[in-house]
Design a protein around this ligand. Structure first.
Ligand code: ATP
Ligand code: MG
Length: 257
């Protein structure tokens, strides 16, 4: 039996009669990098919104570490270790890179914030923040104003602020979106690196990224789960190939080699 960190049972979300997520049974294995793929409008982001409780499901259940979290609130989910990194960069542009990570650390501490006001503990906070920056390759950018960071580095910072929250399960919505070749490569390597000892569920359109680092792939189409398996399995699935007809079909094939 697989060790499931996350499971949905018949997860469904309707918007005024339109079914955006339709009876989805998603199973994410602990330690995996799991990709959620599918054409535009397939329901991937809605799925993420359900998992992080930004949306309430119309029906169905969500289990995290075997516990039913369907009724939990967003903050509770975060405290349990389910942390989402945003599709749109969620860092403060007019603060330094280090300050952004520090805020992430303080947020993780929640109500014990006051504990960190002594100078000794502030030092420890900085130490941990620098450690996280090093982990994502930003040690040389600590004092840089976040707005001045190149795009790809901003995504790395976002990952650092997510790591500050001590995620057990990290949700990444299109982490390489809008990036050039080099940044895609760097962020892909970074995701692979930070996946050690964690589980990652990511929405990703770049099939090179998916085939390169993902252990398992779930394919959504019109809100429903179309296929699930390794990249080799799903990419040769006729239904998946049909769903990706057009430019993406070539993408799917191209990433196979
Ligand atoms: N709040 C909402 N109200 C009504 N319809 C919505 C709402 N949110 C999403 N939808 C619809 O649900 C469907 C799924 O949208 P979703 O954003 O989850 O797709 P996606 O797979 O993330 O697409 P993309 O690859 O473009 O990001 C779309 O048809 C969208 O228009
Ligand atoms: Mg989306």
């Amino acid at each position: 039996m697989a060790d499931l960190i996350l499971e949905t049972r018949n997860l469904t979300k309707e918007f005024k009669g339109f079914t955006a997520v339709n009876n989805v049974n998603l199973k994410v294995e602990r330690g995996h990098i799991h990709a959620l793929i599918g054409p535009n409008g397939a329901g991937k982001t809605t799925c993420f919104n359900l998992l992080t409780k930004f949306l309430t499901p119309t029906s169905g259940q969500i289990f995290f570490n075997g516990k039913d979290i369907t009724g939990a609130r967003p903050a509770q989910i975060a405290r349990m270790g389910v942390i989402r990194s945003f599709q749109i960069s969620a860092v403060f542009p007019h603060m330094s890179v280090l300050e952004n990570v520090r805020i992430g650390l303080q947020r993780q501490l929640g109500t014990s914030f006051h504990f960190w006001q002594s100078s000794a503990s502030l030092e420890r906070l900085d130490e941990r923040a620098l450690q996280l920056l090093a982990e994502v390759g930003l040690e040389g950018f600590a004092t840089t104003m976040t707005a001045d960071l190149p795009y790809g580095r901003k995504r790395a910072l976002e990952i650092a602020t997510t790591l500050a929250m001590e995620p057990e399960l990290m949700l990444l919505d299109e982490p390489t979106q809008g990036m050039g070749h080099e940044d895609v490569h760097r962020v892909t390597e970074l995701i692979k690196k930070v996946s050690a000892g964690r589980t990652i569920l990511m929405v990703e359109h770049n099939m090179n990224v998916v085939s390169g680092i993902c252990d398992r792939i779930s394919v959504l189409q019109r809100g429903a789960l179309l296929a699930e398996g390794s990249y080799a399995e799903v990419s040769r699935n006729p239904q998946v190939m049909e769903a990706y007809m057009g430019t993406s079909a070539t993408e799917l094939q191209g990433a196979q080699g």
